[in-house]
Design a protein around this ligand. Structure first.
Ligand code: NAD
Length: 496
């Protein structure tokens, strides 16, 4: 294990956590896997092993599901809504208390800059506090009918839910799922991504400290196979909430269909259009275009990975974007650069292959495209890359790259760019930049994506529903919509 670095002194709790073999959480007990198998989690900034992590197999997942089922039936159902609210709020406060530790663990494990990791952890806190408020507000309705009967509906928890999380925003996305699932009265089996398990395992300690009854939250670690599949195939899990690739989302739907027809909600990939009209406020556009293209080293599902610029301002936009991109600093997350490494060597290879394909298919590289050498050569660092292309069916325009690669092209008319924006299997997000309010609303009406941002990018709030259309997924997380995701509606008929 190598936790030393030359730039900052890690918090004592971070160092201690990494030293003491991070454990899974089952029934409020810190456990290793039954088989004692482990896998390594690495620091993507230098390839060193941060810790050995338990590798959960069917037997471990079964234990977690059993604990969750028992907690659901015997305990959590009977905890008053206001007490659930207090527990969720306690967890938020413990995360705030250990902010520095969680930020460091996220940075070491995922590679992202410390200040960006801090933003994620604070986002997790905000989410927990928002859903703590929902525990006491989950209501049904009464429905007038043509008959002399009283009909009312109740929203009830689903039971045991499996929460499967990706590596790009490890703690934040875990909490996007955990907070509403708990507020709605479910018990959970959470699986972080195998590349970034550390913050979820640290969260396990905080869950116990917050006072959650045993079995309400269980955390298991391991890769898609066997751990993820053991969850998605399980006969006693009532729902899977999944965030990750479209390819794995499809497998999860199949697992649900082939097992107990558990409910499935999916937050999947994206290839979001970022459309700039020539009547846009250019200072506003250019102030953040490099961030909406490369934030989190491009490893973010909503990023504006297809930029369309109206032709009269195209050269100016491209020039400024290039200037800002080549000035972005790249380095180890603990040094707080603009961009950290790719999460893994595998991801670096995938993205590098897309860059090669982009070149072969006639894309013109404006800047970037290379792996970093020198003192960063041991890490998985890639220069932010701008591709110019007018070939709409090029692979780099069609497929999600999930790395610091953006494609830019010009357009002439509103109708042309709306057609291009919609010419994708994805429908996660889209942005439009214009001072013409009716054009902005027409764009919002005509583009088929779950979130539309007007004169801004990547705007999120715990209160606002988020989720994609088409092959970007189904179901909305956040806001009131997440209450529907984690409850079932029961109709009660009373003959008067
Ligand atoms: P991934 O699909 O490879 O893995 C996601 C999770 O699924 C991991 O925990 C993994 O272990 C697990 N998994 C893998 N195979 C499984 C299986 N057969 N059964 C059950 N679980 C399995 O995704 P990733 O590479 O971790 O994340 C990148 C992807 O996530 C990108 O496509 C990105 O767009 C997407 N993403 C979407 C959103 C969103 O909100 N729409 C947010 C973040 C990331």
């Amino acid at each position: 294990m190598n936790t030393s670095n030359n730039t900052i002194n890690l918090h004592k709790k971070t160092v201690d956590f990494l030293k003491t073999s991070p454990s899974m959480l089952i029934n409020n007990e810190e456990v290793q896997s039954g088989s004692k198998k482990v896998f390594a989690t690495k620091n993507p900034a230098n390839g060193s092993v941060l810790a050995e992590i338990p590798l959960a197999e069917d037997i471990d997942v079964n234990m977690a599901v059993k604990a969750a089922r028992k907690a659901f039936t015997d305990t959590w159902k009977h905890v008053k809504p206001s007490e659930k609210s207090d527990l969720i709020w306690n967890l938020a406060e413990l995360i705030e208390r250990d902010l520095e530790v969680l930020v460091e663990l996220e940075t070491l494990d995922n590679g992202k800059p410390l200040n960006k990791a801090k933003y994620d952890v604070l986002g997790a806190v905000a989410h927990l506090k928002y859903y703590a408020g929902w525990c006491t507000k989950i209501e049904g309705t009464s429905i007038p009918t043509d008959t002399n009967k009283l009909v009312y509906t109740k929203r009830e928890p689903l039971g045991v839910v499996g929460l499967i999380v990706p590596w790009n925003f490890p703690l934040m996305i875990a909490i996007w799922k955990l907070a509403p699932a708990l507020a709605c009265g479910n018990c959970c089996v959470l699986k972080p991504a195998e590349q970034t398990p550390l913050t979820a395992l640290y969260l396990g300690k905080l869950i116990v400290e917050a006072g959650f009854p045993a079995g309400v939250v269980n955390i298991v670690t391991g890769p898609g196979l066997p751990t993820g599949e053991a969850i998605s195939n399980h006969m006693d899990i009532d729902k899977i909430s999944f965030t990750g690739s479209t390819e794995v989302g499809r497998k999860i739907m199949l697992s649900a269909a082939n097992s107990n027809l558990k409910k499935v909600s999916l937050e999947l990939g994206g290839k979001s259009p970022n459309v700039i009209f020539n009547d846009a406020d250019l200072d506003l556009v250019l102030g953040g275009l490099q961030w909406s293209s490369f934030y989190n080293s491009g490893q973010e599902c909503t990023l504006g990975s297809r930029i369309y610029v109206q032709e009269s301002i195209y050269e100016e936009v491209l020039k400024v974007l290039k200037g800002k991109t080549i000035k972005m600093t790249i380095g180890e997350g603990i040094e707080n650069p603009d961009l950290g490494p790719m999460v893994s060597e595998e991801q670096l290879k995938t993205v590098s292959n897309y860059i090669e394909k982009g070149k072969k298919e006639g894309g013109n590289i404006i800047c970037g495209g290379n792996r970093l050498e020198g003192k960063l050569a041991d890490g998985y660092f890639l220069e932010p890359t701008i591709f110019e292309t007018d070939t709409e069916d090029a692979t780099i325009v069609k497929e999600e790259i999930f790395g610091p690669v953006v494609v830019i092209s010009k357009f002439k008319t509103f109708d042309e760019v709306v057609e291009k924006a919609n010419d994708t299997k994805y429908g996660l997000a889209a942005a439009v930049w214009t001072k013409d309010i009716s054009k902005a609303h027409r764009f919002a009406n005509e583009v088929d994506a779950g979130s539309i941002w007007v004169n801004g990018y990547d705007l999120f709030d715990a209160a606002v529903p988020f989720g994609g259309f088409k092959q970007s997924g189904n179901g909305k997380e956040m806001g009131k919509s997440a209450i529907d995701l984690y409850t079932k509606e029961k109709a009660v008929w009373v003959v008067l």
